[in-house]
Design a protein around this ligand. Structure first.
Ligand code: NAD
Length: 414
């Protein structure tokens, strides 16, 4: 049975607690979302029938600034998953020193079964439902699994029509033409690659002939393939929801991407061996990159993992039990709240650009992303070494300390 991600989140908070000298009340507050909106959305489908969809938006914590977090479309979406993801966003924004809190949204649906017109109707119904629950200085959504720049454009358009005026910073991950930021599409993967580069330097592995496997081939997973290839690393296995492919001599990004666009899966890529998603985790590689969904690395497969480093581009991919096994084996886990923070960092840049009307060059976005995320990596690395704890615990120590300090200044009121 899959671990409940909200329970996982609470356990991760507890695992950082012994290294923080703060009152218990802050941990109690940081285990509960501040407010959760639940929606039932009727959508008229192309065949004339009406289908009901359940959807949520969770505001976890806003001590550091407005709520921020993506919107996910997936059959697995449920209230606890959305709450967990909003908790992880809260920690992530604090880890990379953003003046933002944590939120998340999601619709329980299978987008593959919906036409483009039905997806637009569902998206606009959701946008209307959350329009009183989001805002530039309140809650700023963004893309996540199965949502993209087009989805964000529909939400921005619906919101602005409801309000009657333009508000470009109400949502990020928009198309450039609708006020998006250069570099947002690749930001999650780019941030992860900066983190991996710094970690490999610390381990004395930078510049070596290293191999990688990537689980999940969407926005995060496919772009990281491209960037790793550019760095000279060899990606030998990748997977998506339909299965996995393997070639010990390396998989070419351009060719796999073209195959995926044409056939809607990486499976069947010419010159590769088809393996199962579980087998991908067992491949003998230096770096394993979970970039799909939460709870994929568990106590039942952690022992089979051979990688030395795991870069968590997905949110919550590793259960606490699996993390304990991997740590005992000496695997360095670069945790989600740091490793995939590039996405929210560039979302923050997009928010700033929309508010000021001053749009940056791609070079400026990249430089500022690199500066912020590399500094955050070294801050967390120092805490890890100082307390002799895992990277995730160090990241939580940093984040909870910052959030609790803001809560202390604000006080509990009323
Ligand atoms: P996406 O929808 O673009 O891609 C998801 C990919 O995962 C798809 O290729 C899908 O086929 C694959 N997948 C689904 N189930 C799978 C399974 N059981 N085994 C292997 N592959 C499977 O989503 P994304 O935006 O790339 O997000 C992926 C992860 O990264 C999520 O955990 C998300 O929360 C996290 N993340 C994304 C961003 C972002 O900016 N997009 C930012 C931070 C974190």
């Amino acid at each position: 049975m899959q671990r409940n991600p909200y329970e996982m989140f609470k356990q991760q908070i507890d695992e950082a607690a012994p290294f923080l000298k703060i009152d218990q009340e802050y941990f109690d507050i940081l285990k509960e979302p501040k407010e959760v909106l639940e929606l039932s959305l009727p959508v008229r489908l192309d065949d004339g029938s009406v289908k009901m969809f359940k959807a949520w938006r969770s505001h976890f914590n806003n001590a550091l600034g407005p709520y921020k977090g993506g919107i996910r479309y997936h059959v697995q979406v449920n209230r606890d998953e959305v709450i967990a993801l909003s908790g992880w966003m809260t920690i992530k924004c604090a880890v990379v020193r953003l003046p933002l809190g944590g939120a998340k949204g999601g619709i329980s649906c299978n987008p593959a079964e919906l036409s483009t017109g039905e997806l637009e109707k569902l998206t606009r119904a959701y946008a209307l439902g959350v329009s009183r629950f989001i805002g530039t200085d309140y809650d700023i959504p963004a893309p996540d699994v199965n949502t993209n720049a087009q989805t964000m454009a529909w939400i921005a358009d619906t919101y602005e029509k409801v309000k009657g005026f333009s508000e470009p910073s109400v949502i990020t991950g928009k198309p450039i033409e609708v006020g998006g930021s250069l570099g947002r599409g690749t930001a999650t993967a780019q941030g992860g690659v900066f983190i991996l580069r710094e970690a490999l330097k610390e381990l004395g592995l930078h510049g070596k002939d290293l191999t990688c496997a990537i689980q999940g081939y969407g926005n995060a997973g496919s772009f990281v393939h491209q960037l790793l290839q550019g760095m000279g690393l060899k990606v030998v296995a990748v997977s998506d929801s339909k299965g996995a492919i393997y070639n010990p001599n390396g998989l070419s990004y351009d060719k796999v991407k073209e195959h995926k666009l044409r056939t809607r899966s990486v499976v069947g890529f010419p010159g590769s061996e088809t393996i199962s998603g579980e087998d991908l985790l067992r491949v003998d590689v230096d770096v394993l990159i979970p970039a799909a969904l939460e709870g994929m690395i568990t106590e039942s497969n952690a022992n089979d993992i051979k990688a030395k480093v795991m870069l968590e581009l997905a949110n919550g991919p590793t259960t606490p039990e699996a993390e304990a096994i991997l740590s005992d084996k000496g695997v360095l886990i670069l945790p989600d709240v740091l490793a995939n923070a590039g996405g929210v960092i560039v979302s923050y840049f997009e928010w700033v650009q929309g508010r000021t009307g001053d749009y940056w060059s791609e070079k400026m976005v990249q430089e500022r992303l690199e500066e912020r995320i590399v500094q955050s990596f070294h801050d967390i690395w120092a805490i890890k070494n100082n307390y002799k704890i895992r990277m995730r615990q160090a990241a939580y120590v940093q984040a909870i300390g910052r959030i609790a300090s803001a809560m202390r200044f604000r006080g509990i009121w009323p």
